[in-house]
Design a protein around this ligand. Structure first.
Ligand SMILES: NC(=O)c1ccc[n+]([C@@H]2O[C@H](COP(=O)([O-])OP(=O)(O)OC[C@H]3O[C@@H](n4cnc5c(N)ncnc54)[C@H](OP(=O)(O)O)[C@@H]3O)[C@@H](O)[C@H]2O)c1
Length: 304
């Protein structure tokens, strides 16, 4: 008889209380043949069934303790300093989390020959000529983008088994934490609030469950390298907001167009961005849901 524990994949999710981390946790908690361990910055996990420990990834010894203690086959790093504007003024902590944290994870994953799956972003590009492929030349405009590019570079040159997933504009039915773009639009319009959304930032908003299925394929096929994971449509944030309003039957006239430069945000954003997903489609069988399909799922899951 085969001991099923021997064929179980050991998966460690870093940043499990974040938007994407929550969804990965929910998925792998229910997966067969997976032994799951979750870590995030908070004292407790949102999921009482999950084996969980509080971990700050900037603390090298603690990272060592967790990785050598659990001995994962796969480490999925979703933890990051993700506040793009604050990263302009809080450079030291942004670097520490996004680069030093990633380096700590790379070091101990390498030590035990674990496969590190690391999340990155289209903010490594300048948004002049998007959408981008995996081999397009990075040129980050803001400090957050620089830290994420640095994390990619160090992981790629570390000599460990690794996959880098680049994605953009995440949204989906995460139940905890700050509202995503869809929830923000729906809640604002329901409260009859006027919202201003930019017409000149273009990307392919990515449904978090599409990333979960891509991660699952990467694990199944043990694929390494860089993969773009984005949504089915290239669209401006303004048009995205209109599509949300239309689907949820809300007043589109409350959505006002604005240009990015009018917002005077501390961090510069890539404007013509977005990620071409042909490689993931070909190699992973990746097929993102349509926008409307994702809205149906969000509506049902969150009772929106
Ligand atoms: N959201 C997007 O639109 C987007 C777009 C492109 C790429 N990405 C990338 O995708 C990944 C997941 O994004 P997300 O939106 O799910 O991010 P998120 O919701 O901000 O989650 C990130 C998690 O990391 C945790 N964290 C921060 N510093 C940490 C530390 N020192 N040690 C351990 N955990 C720490 C955060 O905890 P606290 O909340 O307590 O700080 C949070 O739970 C990130 O790598 C991000 O760069 C996101």
């Amino acid at each position: 008889m085969i001991n099923s524990d021997l064929i179980k994949k050991r998966i460690l999710i870093i940043g499990s209380n974040g938007m994407l981390g929550q969804r990965l946790t929910e998925y792998f908690l229910n997966a067969l043949n997976v032994e799951l361990f979750c870590v995030s910055e908070e004292d407790e996990s949102f999921f009482s069934q999950a084996a969980y420990k509080k971990l700050d990834i900037t603390q090298k010894n603690k990272v060592r303790e967790v990785i050598l203690g659990f001995f994962p086959d796969f480490v999925i790093n979703t933890a990051a300093f993700t506040n793009v504007d604050r990263a302009e003024t809080e450079k030291e902590i942004a670097w520490k989390v996004n680069v030093t944290g990633a380096e700590n994870l790379a070091l101990y994953s390498w030590t035990i020959d674990a496969h590190l799956i690391h999340l990155s972003t289209d903010y490594i590009f300048d948004g002049v000529n998007g959408p981008y492929t995996e081999v397009s030349k990075p040129n980050p405009l803001c400090y957050y983008g620089r830290t994420k590019l640095a994390s990619e570079n160090l992981i790629r040159t570390f000599g460990l088994q690794h996959t880098i997933i680049r994605t953009n504009v995440l949204y989906g039915p995460a139940k905890y934490g700050r509202p995503d773009f869809v929830k923000w639009v729906v809640n604002s319009l329901r409260d009859d609030q006027i919202i201003k959304t930019v017409t000149d930032q273009i990307g392919n908003p990515t449904y978090i469950d599409d990333i979960v299925s891509a991660v699952n394929k990467i694990i199944e096929f043990k694929k390494e390298g860089i993969y773009n994971i984005g949504g089915a449509e290239m669209i401006s944030r303004f048009d995205f907001a209109l599509r949300i309003a239309k689907f949820f039957n809300l007043n589109e006239r409350l959505i006002k167009p604005i240009l990015t430069k009018e917002l005077n945000q501390p961090a510069a954003r890539p404007l013509r961005s977005g990620l071409i997903t042909l490689k993931a489609e070909t190699e992973l069988g990746y097929k993102p849901y349509s926008l409307e399909e994702t809205f149906v799922q969000i509506k049902n899951e969150l009772n929106l």
